[in-house]
Design a protein around this ligand. Structure first.
Ligand code: SAH
Length: 213
């Protein structure tokens, strides 16, 4: 399939699964998923499915990336924290919509490889760190938006604390081996509002750093 047709099909799959926000679709049209999928599965990068990446992790399904990004309502004034860099694809999509993106992963190797792709694509507004993201990133807090791409049983306290008033956090919650719920948390003057978006399935949010570090 030629690249133009492949891109058409990719965008069609996103739309048909509910990604309707034009700014999000444009960002996903610009960011080529190919370089974020290395090795054996590279040829399947344009299919709407999650794929294995290094360290036993997965790059999310493109339509899920689109739906989460859409739910986050990012503007170009926002400072965003992503927990769970993985391949770096989600951070790259966010970089097109936000002022600045901080992304953290507990696996040093994933952060190193994602940084290589960010540099090759000239995505200068992303900063990637190896860190336990369940504690957030106190040095850079507070954030306008937080996106968590690994599932916790409940929203981690430090992340709630690092969200600005008016800020939004989108994350999957629930037991890791069952279906989880994607939820959106909005911080108001009075506290936190929660809304439930859809069932999803993510790898677990684990504490501490990965073994490869
Ligand atoms: N957003 C990624 C997919 C993430 S897969 C992408 O676009 O490709 C989930 C990632 O969360 C994994 O890479 C895993 O290592 C990471 N992770 C799990 N627990 C974490 C924690 N406490 N802190 C930081 N990263 C974590």
């Amino acid at each position: 399939m030629d690249p133009a047709e492949r891109k058409m099909q990719f965008l069609f799959a996103l739309r048909s699964r509910g990604v309707t926000d034009n700014a999000v679709l444009e960002a996903m049209e610009k960011i080529d998923r190919g370089p974020f999928v290395r090795g054996h599965f590279a040829s399947r990068a344009y299919e709407d499915m999650p794929l294995p990446i290094a360290c036993g992790q997965t790059i999310s399904q493109p339509s899920v990336v689109g739906l989460m990004t859409q739910a986050l309502k990012v503007s170009n004034r926002d400072k965003v924290l992503e927990v769970g860099t993985g391949s770096g694809y989600q951070a790259a999509v966010l970089s097109q919509l936000a002022r600045r993106v901080y992304t953290v992963d507990r696996h040093r190797r994933l952060v190193r490889e994602a940084k290589e792709v960010f540099a090759a694509m000239d995505l200068g507004n992303i900063t990637a760190f190896t860190a336990d993201g369940s504690r957030g990133l106190p040095d850079q807090a507070p954030f306008d938006r937080i996106l968590v791409t690994a599932a916790a049983e409940d929203p981690p306290g430090p992340l709630l604390a690092q969200l600005k008033t008016g800020g939004i956090m989108v994350l999957p919650v629930g037991q890791s081996d069952t279906v989880q719920r994607l939820i959106r948390v909005t911080r108001t003057e009075e506290g936190f509002d929660y809304d439930e978006l859809r069932p999803v399935r993510f790898v677990p949010l684990l504490e501490g750093l990965g073994k490869d570090t």
